[in-house]
Ligand binder design. Structure first.
Ligand code: PMP
Length: 440
């Protein structure tokens, strides 16, 4: 309850006092190693002097100017940098305040695009089961996480959900990894044909699934086939990199590793690295041109879009990633983290899978490794692990399976890109302890 409606002065949560690199220190002086960057947010760690200095300087100049009247240097500079770095074909940036806003904007942009090009019949979104794309109604409707959707189902537009590319649970006996990827990608075509391809505007997916499944990357060839199907039926591809983007998987955009470019791309979390709330929707020149040459403006907007302080933080984060060669650090430390996870858990009777890319890693817990049977939801294993890890001074992001009996509890690890070798050891040791204490 306190999480949903924190009565700040009476909350029973510890109070975060200050940040120190990969650690958060509370008012009692207890140090927590931030093993998940909150929820894959704090990619530079806490209290980074380069970012805080940039923010102080901007605050002395101007904190806010409404984009209905004025643009700002930080917003223009950030958009320019993002476009230089973005995947092929991406030419425009729309700055918002977070992930859900970015996804919401992407759905509305897709709809307006089809109106502009005289295809008003296209209104449907296809997404994947177990996915999460945000908590506002449009983004929630796109998501396929039954538990999050259930209460609000009557308020949401109808969306279809195909199987995720979840190799550990989805690959069938006798099937190669590649064949598995093609089979589940082809579900998009089947669904398009079922609902009528001319009624569909977009397919949305995360290149590496974060919160709902614990760092599950698509297998090789999957997104190429998805891109092909979208192109064949004139459907837009929206890639949601709110969690897996901004270097988290070892390349600035996760989709680079899949060899595809989307029509619309959403980013947030690591973009501002927690120093400011910011998200962005990026889109292709074709979409932008259709709107600018048509009605002339995207019928959307929020008061804080393009906020100068948020854009300053994001530019400072991008500068830090480039100047300090942090993508190499993500790859190197990601390999080390994986190696340590394998050393700690390969023989563990209840760790079924270790997966992910870069510093975006997940482990899945199972009651029985051979049958991959998950622990019963009623055991609330993820909650026990979270509490035990927290007690030991480790913040990690455990989640329960979304469909009872079909997928299990998992733990998502997304530490800051500056994590050292000894801090990786500390993370794995504390996590092992928390798991040991939580499974009797
Ligand atoms: N998309 C994805 C893939 C996410 O992981 C999240 C947040 N966990 C969101 C969208 C929503 O972002 P926000 O919480 O910033 O609204």
């Amino acid at each position: 309850m306190s999480f949903l409606f924190p009565r700040y002065c009476h909350s029973n949560l510890p109070i975060a006092d200050y940040g120190d690199g990969c650690y958060i220190v509370d008012k009692q002086g207890k140090r927590y190693l931030d093993g998940s960057g909150g929820a894959a947010v704090s990619c530079l760690g806490h209290s980074d002097p380069q970012v805080t200095e940039a923010l102080k300087q901007q605050l002395d100049k101007i904190a806010f100017a409404h984009t209905g009247f004025l643009s700002s240097e930080p917003a223009e500079a950030l958009a320019e940098t993002l476009i230089k770095l973005a995947p092929e074909g991406i030419e425009r940036v729309y700055l918002v305040s977070g992930g859900s806003e970015a996804v919401e904007a992407s759905i509305k942009l897709a709809r307006q695009y089809f109106l502009e090009i005289d295809q008003p019949q296209r209104h449907r979104v296809i997404a994947r089961q177990q996915s999460y794309h945000g908590n506002t109604l449009g983004a929630l409707a796109a998501g396929g996480n039954e538990w999050r959707r259930a209460q609000f189902a009557p308020l949401m537009v109808e969306t279809s959900h195909i199987a995720p590319c979840y190799e550990y649970r989805g690959k069938q006996d006798g099937e190669t990894t590649y064949e598995f990827g093609q089979r589940v990608a082809n579900e998009l075509e089947t669904e398009l044909l079922r609902v009528g391809p001319e009624s569909v505007m977009a397919f949305i997916a995360e290149p590496v699934v974060g919160a709902t499944s614990g760092a599950v990357p698509a297998v090789e060839g999957y997104f190429k086939r998805i891109r092909e199907i979208c192109d064949n039926y004139g459907v837009l591809l929206i890639l949601d990199e709110v969690m897996c983007g901004m270097g988290r998987t070892g390349s600035l955009f996760a989709c680079e590793q899949d060899g595809v470019s989307p029509d619309i791309l959403t980013i947030a979390k690591g973009l501002g690295a927690g120093y400011q709330p910011i998200g962005a929707m990026l889109c292709s020149g074709a979409i932008y041109n259709a709107i600018s040459e048509g009605s002339g403006f995207f019928q959307h907007g929020h008061t804080y879009m393009g906020h100068p302080m948020a854009a300053t933080a994001a530019s400072a984060v991008l500068t830090a990633i480039t100047e300090r060669d942090l993508l190499s650090a993500v790859n190197q430390q990601g390999d080390l983290l994986t190696q340590k996870l394998h050393e700690a858990f390969d023989e563990h009777p209840h760790i079924g899978d270790i997966r992910g890319r870069g510093l975006f890693r997940g482990i899945e817990l199972v009651e029985d490794r051979d049958s991959k049977t998950p622990f019963a939801k009623s055991q609330q294993l993820n909650k026990k692990i979270k509490a035990a890890a927290f007690e030991a001074g480790l913040i990690c992001y455990p989640m329960g399976g979304t469909i009872d009996g079909q997928n299990g509890d998992h733990i998502l690890l997304a530490p800051p890109f500056i994590i050292s070798n000894t801090q990786i050891d500390e993370l794995v040791e504390k996590l092992s302890l928390a798991i040991r204490q939580s499974i009797n």
